[in-house]
Ligand binder design. Structure first.
Ligand code: FAD
Length: 388
């Protein structure tokens, strides 16, 4: 009688792990703080790497994604009002990104898990972890109807995001934390506006970075570099559009930015964080619970999916054969990819932002000019951007 794996959090990491375990015949229960509607409509990421899509497809979890997602293999940098296209797919074996909103990934994963008889407890509160250093860890929580409940687990998977409870349950001093604030902030804007571009745009402007990201045929995401400690109140809609028009403008071109109703405006703290190792006792952390990365380079959800794949394989190997080699190397395998992504993201952050120190801004621009002019630099960008 196998005790289930207790998974805290029904985001991309937790739900991918849940599906893979279920397919492998390993029982699991997912505890989620939000309602089903909340997790299925929470817009965040939108760009998935080819490797992550292949993994989902291998497990029969990418049917709708492959039908509906747009594939993208080029992006555009704008410097001083001039556009430079980088065809990264051509530079990296034809590999592309898939543009498919995160909430659709969650919807597909949740649907597949529930259709196969999976057990998700929504709207739980006060989740607590117990005895994680023993072979009989257990979870307690308050259910939607107000009862205190308990689950005896074989392992606990902490997939409850950066602000969740699982990482905080590890005793102080048992893990090392690495954290860095990049000295910049972004105003992130979601609007009901059709994309004004076929490619993601990264624009360097004397007033700061601006980005135009793709989400769907009716919705677009934009980013504006804003001073640290700026607030959303300083950014009424008219100012947002005026600044986007200015920073994204092209010289000698009739290119225009299409406006739409703004549905979300938030300040993103451009912070990176990694915990090492990603496990303690029989608690294994995955996704944002273990590491966060700036949205530059679009890596967060992709790392979360990779962690889930590695952990599922390790848990299955252990359950089937008793061999714990995969569990012992779980953290090391995931962290290698995490630090690779952190290094690339930092490389890109430096390249596209305006620094308060003019010297550093010019260095960043020099890096971008090198990328545009040099095949080897463009190759480095392509391989890291679309994912190893
Ligand atoms: P989450 O998605 O945060 O899921 C955690 C789940 O746990 C949530 O459902 C939450 O409700 C639940 N939970 C939290 N606390 C508890 C608790 N105590 N008990 C029970 N449940 C709990 N990444 C990319 O790869 N590409 C992109 O283009 C990209 N763009 C982004 C844009 C923005 C604006 C933001 C904010 C992020 C972006 N990311 C991107 C990052 C990406 O969204 C995250 O890395 C991803 O959501 C991580 O997935 P996760 O499953 O680890 O955590």
């Amino acid at each position: 009688n196998l005790r289930p794996v207790g998974i805290v959090g029904a985001g991309p990491a937790g739900l991918t792990l849940a599906n893979l375990l279920r397919q492998g015949g390993i029982p699991c229960v997912v505890l989620e703080r939000g309602t089903r509607e909340y997790i299925e409509t929470r817009p965040r990421a939108g760009v998935i790497e080819h490797r992550a899509v292949r993994m989902l497809d291998e497990h029969g979890l990418a049917d709708r994604l492959l039908r509906e997602a747009d594939r993208h293999g080029a992006c555009e940098f704008r410097v001083n009002g001039q556009a430079h296209e980088v065809d990264y797919a051509a530079l990296y074996d034809g590999q592309t990104h898939y543009v498919y909103p995160q909430q659709e990934v969650v919807k597909d994963l949740l649907g597949a898990f529930l259709d196969s008889g999976g057990d998700v407890r929504f709207s739980v509160t006060d989740v607590e972890l117990h005895d994680i250093e023993t072979s009989s860890p257990y979870l307690t929580w308050t259910s939607a109807s107000g009862e205190r409940e308990r689950l005896d687990c074989s392992f606990i998977a902490g997939a409850d995001g950066f602000h969740g409870v699982t990482r905080r349950s590890i005793p102080a001093g048992a893990v090392q934390e690495f954290s860095h604030q990049h000295g910049i902030e972004w105003l992130s804007i979601l609007a009901e506006a059709p994309p004004s571009t076929h490619k993601v745009i990264y624009a360097l402007h004397p007033d700061g970075f601006a980005g135009h990201m793709l989400r769907s045929s009716t919705v677009s995401r934009y980013y504006l570099q804003v001073p640290v400690d700026d607030t959303v109140d300083n950014w009424p809609d008219e100012r947002v559009w005026a600044e986007l028009h200015k920073r994204l403008a092209l010289r000698d071109s009739d290119w225009k930015l299409t406006e739409g109703r703004i549905t979300e405006k938030r300040i993103l703290d451009m912070r990176s964080y990694v915990v090492e190792p990603m496990n303690h006792g029989n608690l294994y952390l995955l996704g944002d619970a273990a590491h966060i990365i700036t949205p530059v380079g679009a890596k967060g959800m992709n790392l979360a999916l990779h962690d889930a794949e590695v952990l599922a394989a390790a848990l299955m190997e252990y359950t089937r054969t008793g061999d714990d080699a995969g569990l012992r190397s779980y953290s090391e395998v995931c962290l290698r990819r995490v630090w690779r992504a952190q290094e690339f993201s930092q490389w890109m952050v430096f390249m596209i932002h305006r620094s308060p120190e003019p010297f550093l801004s010019r260095l960043g621009q020099a890096r971008l000019e090198h990328l545009i002019a040099s095949g080897s630099s463009a190759g480095y960008f392509a391989q890291n951007y679309v994912g190893p």
